[in-house]
Ligand binder design. Sequence first.
Ligand code: CO
Length: 164
Amino acid sequence: MLKIAKYPEQILRQTAKPISDFNDDLKALADEMAEVMYKDDGIGLAAPQVSKSMRLIVVGTSRGKYRVYVNPEITFFSKDKGRSEEGCLSLPQIFGWVTRAKKIHVKYQDLEGNVYKEKLKGLESIVLQHELDHLNGILFIDRAEKISKGRELLDSLKAKLDEK
Ligand code: CO
């Protein structure tokens, strides 16, 4: 099973590479990512979190079939914003308040390379913005106005990073 990269692993800070091969390996990776996400009770997972530099996201906000976004791009952010408490499988036990657009439009490809456009709101909009940040090396702690849980843990992880 795939292993989740944890902060401060370097892969989490890299810009992930676009996907151009829509092959069986890609489908298998999406399946494995979904498996890890469900096992750890996540609602979204980006490929850099399993140490793959690829622009691939799986979202599982509702039980059943997870959704896959290949090469996603957000083409619209609503001016209307909302604040919610976020966590991340790469930063276990750490939570923080993040402000994001309430509605977004996203353009993406499926596992066959077909292009789609979608409008998202609510939890799905938040999750997609959080996961797309991962593809650009951004973590929710960079955007958090306030760390609500795990402040000391985060400080000790950051100190580890400074020592390197
Ligand atoms: Co995350």
